[in-house]
Design a protein around this ligand. Structure first.
Ligand code: C5P
Length: 236
């Protein structure tokens, strides 16, 4: 497979209930202009072969399975994900230091080493939700604490809201990756996302990669929509 120079900061979230429309969309996209994210729904329905198909088409794939289990199990799951040839994988920082270090150590022993990033506090959780689950402090305070824990446990970055990116960036190293969903180009419908930012504002706030789904996947012309976003952020 050719090595593709991909400097794109856009990760297109493939959230489809069947494989065909996802593959139709993928054939309209260009692996030099974007990366792809496969989450729990598509992975559970279509499995490793679907992921390998995307990798085989030359795309960098973020396998968004958010692992959270005992250290040995998560380390083994990360190794299995790495074997699919994906570019990025993730786990929950709340699984703790030993879980994150076990995953990192296992990946470090492999020849193909995907980026390993951590989810801090899911953006769907509010103050009452985290208090009920036993977390003291505000969601923002917990994001900062878990981001520092993720960095000191050897993670390559975290997933966070673009609204949190500036505060997180101020407490982590500049090479620590910030991956932000909840991004909407100005004119795009919000869908079920409430706390959003435009692509250029998310980047200004310190995000490295932007996860964007429906503004591209549900657009009449997905490639044009991607190109419009790249223009907005001044890449193309
Ligand atoms: O269509 P949309 O742009 O809202 O898609 C965003 C993607 O990012 C979805 O795959 C969603 O599951 C994911 N995501 C999110 N918010 C988070 C974490 C992941 O929207 N906090």
């Amino acid at each position: 497979m050719a090595i593709i120079e991909n400097s794109s900061r856009i990760i297109v979230a493939l959230d489809f209930p069947s494989a065909e429309p996802a593959l139709d969309l993928v054939s309209a996209l260009d692996p030099t202009l974007c990366r792809l994210k496969v989450g729990k729904e598509m992975f559970t329905r279509f499995g490793p072969s679907f992921v390998e198909k995307l990798v085989g088409k030359g795309f960098d794939v973020f396998l968004d399975l958010k692992f959270h289990d005992i250290p040995n199990t998560v380390a083994a799951a990360c190794a299995a994900a790495a074997d699919l040839g994906v570019w990025m994988i993730n786990l929950h920082a709340s699984g703790g230091r030993r879980m994150m270090e076990a995953a990192r150590d296992r990946l470090d022993s492999l020849s193909h080493r995907p980026h390993l990033i951590a989810v801090t506090i899911l953006t769907s959780l509010g103050q009452e939700d985290i208090a009920e689950a036993g977390f003291a402090g505000t969601p923002a305070e917990n994001v900062i604490r878990l981001a520092k824990l993720a960095e000191s446990s050897g993670m390559d970055g975290i997933v966070c809201s673009p609204l949190e990116a500036r505060d997180v960036r101020s407490v982590v190293n500049s090479d620590f990756l910030l991956v932000t969903p909840g991004v909407r180009p100005n004119q795009a419908a919000l869908g079920d996302q409430l706390r959003v930012m435009t692509p250029s504002d998310a980047l200004k706030n310190g995000a490295d990669y932007l996860v964007i789904g429906r503004p591209i996947t549900a657009a009449p012309d997905p490639l044009q929509s991607l190109q419009d976003i790249l223009t907005e952020i001044g890449i193309k």
